[in-house]
Write a new protein. Structure first.
Length: 146
């Protein structure tokens, strides 16, 4: 039997690769898509929050934002709560781009989950959510010890 960790990693890697393959014509990178998706879900974010959300360095997210800004998909402005920080928001031009990404992601998920019944899908989501919650709790406990 394949290890759970390796299987989760491989499924995640293959989902990302398929999303990238289907969106290659846009010229956007996976990190650019991740920034757009995060802003779409959470609204305006500081660059530091975006870096943490997509798990890249602040320098990397700065480069990603710069490219997205040059394409007119995001804009940066001083954060009203912290004058040292820049707040990044989506532009109107990003709305159809994000909608396309959602459509592609839904197609990838539908293909990946084909052959699984609704109860099987619900069980999988429940189990993964439980694993996720356990790992978040473990990380929080570890931070409390530090």
């Amino acid at each position: 039997m394949q290890s759970l960790g390796l299987l989760l990693h491989d499924v995640s890697r293959l989902l990302k690769a398929e999303f990238e393959r289907r969106t290659r014509d846009t010229g956007l990178t996976l990190n650019q898509w991740r920034v757009l998706a995060t802003l779409s879900r959470k609204g305006g974010q500081t660059q530091a929050a975006l870096a943490a959300a997509i798990e890249v360095s602040p320098m990397t997210v700065s480069d990603v934002i710069e490219r997205l800004e040059s394409q007119g998909l995001v804009q940066r402005a001083p954060d009203p709560l912290d004058s040292r920080a820049k707040r990044v928001t989506l532009t109107e031009a990003a709305v159809p781009v994000v909608a396309r990404a959602r459509d592609v992601a839904n197609q990838v998920y539908a293909s990946a989950l084909s052959g699984l019944s609704e109860p099987e899908r619900a069980t999988m989501v429940h189990a993964l959510t439980h694993i996720f919650d356990n790992l978040v709790a473990m990380a929080a406990t570890e931070q409390d010890v530090d």
